[in-house]
Each structure stands twice: as C-alpha cells, then as structure tokens.
Design a protein around this ligand. Sequence first.
Ligand code: AMP
Ligand code: MG
Length: 360
Amino acid sequence: MAKIRDDLPAYDTQVINAIRQEEAGTIQGARLIQAGELVAFPTETVYGLGADGLNAEAVKKIFEAKGRPADNPLIEHIAKKSDVRQLWRRIPKQAQSLMDTFWPGPLTLIAPKSDRVPDEVTAGLDTVAVRMPQNRTARALIAKAGVPIAAPSANRSGRPSPTTAQHVMDDLCGRIPLILDGGPCKYGVESTVLSLVGEPTILRPGAITREMLAALIGEVRVAESILRPMKDGETAASPGMKYQHYSPNAEVVAVIGSPVNTAKRIGALYRAAEAEGKTVEIAATEQTKPFYKGMRHVVLGDRNEPETLCANLFSALREMDERADLILAEGIPAEDEGLAYMNRLLRAAGFHVIDADQPE
Ligand code: AMP
Ligand code: MG
C-alpha cells in the first residue's frame, strides 16, 4: 500500500454544483487539469479523480492523494471516440463495434498503448485502459481540458468507491482543489473492464454484462479471479484485482442462499454478535426486510434488480460503517449484473462467505 502523503499542500477544497453551474464548474475544472492539478468529477459509474492523462507529473499526484499503490494502472477517459487513436497503438478488431454500441457508457476497453501514454498511467504495462463516459459533466470537463483525463475512483485507496460528492469530500477534503458535484451516480459500481489483448476477457464485471458483450462480439471470457481471492504467486490479469478493495472498517460477512434461509441465518448471526456486545448492521433486500424487525438494517433494493443493489451498495457500506462493528450483507446469484454486485461484495467481505443453504 502506498503511503498517504501528509506533507501535501492543504487545499481549501471547493465544491461546485455541476448540475446548476455546469459551464462555470467545467471551465474551472479544465483550467486546473491543464495546470497539472487534480479534479474530482461525476461519472455514471462512480466519482473519478482526474488529472491530465498525458502529463506524468500530474498523474503522480493521483497516486499520492489516494494512497494508491503505484502498480495499479488508471483508466484514460475521453470525450469523443476518435480520441482513442492517440492512446492505442492500433484499434483491435472487435473494438469498433464495441465503441459504436456501448460508448459513451460504463465499458472500459484495454489495448496496446501508444508512446504518448505515460508509464505512470499504465503502471509500466504496455497496454492502456480507455473509456468514454456517458455523464455530461464528465464529457464537458474532458472536452474543455482538451486532453484525455486519467482517473481512478475518487476514494482513498481501500475505501468503498464514492458515489456522491460527499463521499469524495469525506475521503479527500484538503487533498484536492476541486470537486464537481453531479449528484448520485447512476450505476454506483465501476465500469466493466474488457481486455482486447488476446481473447476478449472481462477483468472486472460491471453494468455492461458478459451476455451483452457476447451478443455483439461472440465468445467473451471472464477472468477467474472475479469471484475468488488471488492465489499465492498468481499474476493478476488486472493489477486492481489483487487488492482487497471496497473495504469498510467494520468486519463484513456475505451470506448467500435462498432468501428465507439467508434472512434466518443473518438473524441468528445478528443476535449472536449482539450478545457479544457488537453493533451489527444488515444490508437487506425488499424481499427479506420483514424478517429484520427490531434489527438495524438498510434495504439495498429488490433482489431481482441487481442494478439497484449495485447502485446502493457502496453508499450503504459507507453509511453502515459509521455505526457498525459487523455488517451482514445478503448475496444474490452471480449472474448478469449480479456478477458485478457479488464481485464488489465479496471483496468488501475479504471473501468471508456463509452459505445459508448448508447446515451450520
Ligand atoms: P479504478 O481506477 O479504481 O476504476 O481501477 C481501474 C481498474 O482497471 C483497476 O482494476 C486496474 O487494475 C484496471 N486496469 C487499468 N488499466 C489496466 C491495464 N492496462 N491492464 C489491466 N487492467 C487495467
Ligand atoms: Mg477504484
């Protein structure tokens, strides 16, 4: 884990409402980006922490502000599709139809990098990840800056990704000059990352699912480490995979199984932990909330709408983390968008999973 720099200039972090004042906010943001400074901005996935993606010194500041390990590469964000040409050495054969169908949107594509992309962005890899966001403020900021914007999520490294400007403020206040507030993010989980080097492979699941990609380009593989911890000595296809991401301070346990068994097991675990003097919170669903009367819980949404669970997961983890020693979170089948939900939940839980359909 990179050290959080405490000798950084203490910024008087400004927040601009980018819905009401989009023009003023993006002009000021673009000036800062051009001056080699950092700007947090909304996207449809999570808030990003951006720097001039062609300026190595500016990009280094991202790693310092977040405490991000230097071997975890960033995504370059562009405002128009043709901008990939300055970032990729060549356009892989499946890329054009993917860009035409899913850009702007929550899909990141990886291909061999051009010489213009600094090694700081790619952590020394010879490939670079690129995405064209859908969010208007994000695109206006990139277009006005006139350069690709390299950006990871705008959280302190290891914390759940930020889905509101307040989350960014909580993590980075005083460490960056500007936050553009675009309201809560639409998807709430980071983009799908698809590598186009060799067989198309999903390195990180997101709102654009394997099924949607396969319908367009044929077979798409899913990296094995999406639902399990990295093994010792294994090389990560995507360096981000090896870190225990999205982690609250409280202990998190994921409970999977049928809704009734899940709720019963969570109830039993809750009472046992409370008897030990722990403060417990439950990440519940619409279907199971009647089981949790008298227990502290947050309803993430309908079990049959994984996109809603995704949209609320990080924000609920941050909220529950303020009160709880233990968070008991319901799992769902890891299919379609449920794969993105389970990928984030299992990482938050450090892969501590209880199967409620199995006897205790
Ligand atoms: P974040 O910036 O927090 O959304 O993280 C970006 C994710 O994309 C991380 O999991 C990175 O490891 C992954 N990533 C970025 N660039 C590459 C690359 N060139 N090859 C593989 N994974 C990448
Ligand atoms: Mg991140």
